[in-house]
Design a protein around this ligand. Sequence first.
Ligand code: FAD
Length: 190
Amino acid sequence: MSLMRLAYASEATFEAQPVDKGVEPHVARILMTSRLHNGQSELVGGLYYGNGQFFQYLEGEEGEVLKTYRRIQNDRRHRNIITLIEEPLEGRTFSSWSMKYVPLSKDVHQFLENHGLENFNPASFSARQCEEMIELIRNSRHDQKLSHQEDASNGGKAEIPKAFSSSLRAGLIIAALGLLGALIYAGSLL
Ligand code: FAD
């Protein structure tokens, strides 16, 4: 099995919706589909979105990477797709993330500042800047949860809020103690 890695830059065609917290909704939908498909194809990598631009890195089995990239290239949610890296890979370099997400964050602002760049414009990145971006995605510790929808789609297992589960536990203990008391009382009457 031969492995490969691929990175590209592109321009979003959708108008970004303002978000206070979390991930832009169009990007969140892209991430949900990507995580589902990439998990099945054993692809790993990361997506960076900022300033209306995408930077994506993918690695995995050659056939799967190329098949996925063909689908991505046909997607009308972005345009002006420029392949930045497309080469064989000796061994996997990413942990288990099917598609890690990093927003335009402090780290990237620092990266832009270090390189004297005014805007996030991955299409014009040099080879060294691409490698630094990949490293940044690899090391990112940004919260990867997209929204409550992802919890619901997480194998259909809804998460029980902690407050509810602890009060439920307390209620069950009280009910059990009450039942035990009733049994002891009933036993003493016999
Ligand atoms: P379908 O889901 O049948 O979609 C067909 C086409 O309809 C798409 O190509 C797209 O143009 C359009 N479309 C689909 N959903 C929407 C929507 N919600 N809003 C608007 N148009 C829509 N897929 C992966 O599997 N792995 C990735 O790593 C990955 N990365 C991506 C990165 C970017 C920046 C973008 C824009 C897309 C990415 N995708 C990725 C999504 C990919 O392009 C396909 O849409 C997806 O894989 C589903 O493929 P499909 O053939 O089943 O298409």
